[in-house]
Ligand binder design. Structure first.
Ligand SMILES: Cc1ncc(COP(=O)(O)O)c(C=O)c1O
Length: 358
């Protein structure tokens, strides 16, 4: 019953097989191999336009190299206060941009709004030279609260960015989960809605370690390659990064994996919502479930072998919140075992690890 994170998931067998398949003979290094070129072509096909795409090994690298390309050291990046770049990247955005400030905004559902961006920009102008002037906005899709920006919401943020001369970055560590949740085209959720650069995630959804930084306007990528090299993210044996991405995109594996993860989250949420002591505190729109529950129940579940994190409480909820994340590898049996255990424990019966182990 592992719902700790989609980072705890294994890699898709198709992706591991692709690594073996490319493990033959000599191939050009540092991204000059044909696999890397094919990945870029496939992404251009998926997004329906010319683009440039650069493989990197971690989501943090994708985010911070993208932001460093968009923002000057004295600029700022507007984002949600719980954005991964603000809370979980150990200052890497500030480090890689050479000091740009993250201007964080609250939003109980994890999604910032155009009005907030307008207000931030008005304030920055009011304070003149003393205040950091944002140069980009970064939104997370799906958000840190498991919610999803609709194409209309992204487009409204894109319009606000254009009004203020800001670039729009999307942290798509869970982009596939968001996309299949909405069912629109990848184009409608990104560049057509004003996204300039996407951190296209794959690791959480089946890759071993691979993400791509996608620039929809190749002119914006100026300097990116040297930043990636200087940041230690230019793999010499790039074929092994690109082979993961190629297999991830082949036969729509990325969409199948994400759809499965989302289905498991929906099922988990529906089962939990039916129980008296639990409340689902965020709309379940991708592969994360946030459930408030009595601390004793949370502790008992974890003592009985369920793995998940106690999360920060959502504004307006008294009880602590459990974050439950599903992945492509989550099984129905895991979900059902967790629901059965929760039912038993919330009914007040004593359970043991032996009875409920999966
Ligand atoms: C929203 C979000 N962005 C980016 C990342 C990428 O992080 P990492 O650098 O650990 O691959 C994560 C991983 O947890 C994430 O949740």
């Amino acid at each position: 019953m592992n719902f700790a994170s989609d980072n705890t998931a294994p890699a898709s067998p198709e992706i591991l097989a692709a690594l073996s398949a490319v493990n033959v003979g000599g191939l050009a290094s540092y991204g000059a191999d044909p696999i890397t070129a094919r990945v870029q072509a496939r992404l251009a096909e998926i997004f329906g336009r010319p683009l440039v795409a650069y493989p990197v090994a971690t989501g943090t690298a994708a985010n911070v190299l993208a932001l460093a390309t968009l923002v000057r050291p004295f600029g700022g990046v507007v984002c949600h206060e719980e954005a991964h770049i603000a809370t979980d990247e150990c200052g890497a955005p500030e480090f890689y941009t050479g000091g740009a400030k993250l201007v964080t905004l609250p939003a109980t559902d994890g999604k910032i709004t155009p009005d907030q961006i307008d207000a931030v920009m008005a304030r920055a102008h009011d304070h003149g030279v003393h205040h950091v002037m944002p140069e980009a906005v970064s939104i997370t899709q799906a958000s840190e609260w498991g919610t999803v920006y609709s194409p209309t919401e992204v487009a409204a943020i894109g319009a606000a960015c254009r009004r203020h001369g800001l670039k729009l970055h999307m942290d798509g560590a869970r982009f596939a989960n968001a996309l299949v949740s909405i069912g629109c085209s990848a184009a409608d959720l990104t560049w057509r809605a004003g996204v300039d650069v996407l951190s296209f995630g794959a690791t959480k959804n089946g890759a071993l370690a691979a993400e791509a930084v996608v620039f929809f306007d190749p002119a914006l990528a100026d300097g990116f390659e040297r930043r990636r090299k200087r940041g230690g993210q230019l793999w010499s044996k790039m074929r092994f990064l690109s082979a993961q991405l190629e297999a991830y995109l082949a036969g729509d594996l990325w969409l199948h994996n994400a759809a499965h993860a989302n289905r498991m989250a929906t099922r988990l949420a529906a089962g939990l919502a039916a129980l008296p002591k639990l409340e689902i505190v965020q709309p379940v729109q991708a592969n994360e479930v946030f459930a408030s529950m009595p601390p004793t129940l949370s502790a008992a579940l974890q003592a009985d072998g369920a793995q998940f994190y106690d999360w920060i409480p959502v504004q307006g909820t008294a009880a602590p919140v459990a974050r439950l994340v599903t992945a492509f590898s989550t099984t129905e049996a895991e979900v059902e075992a967790f629901l059965a255990l929760t039912r038993t424990l919330s009914a007040g019966r004593v359970s043991s690890q032996k009875d409920h182990a999966v």
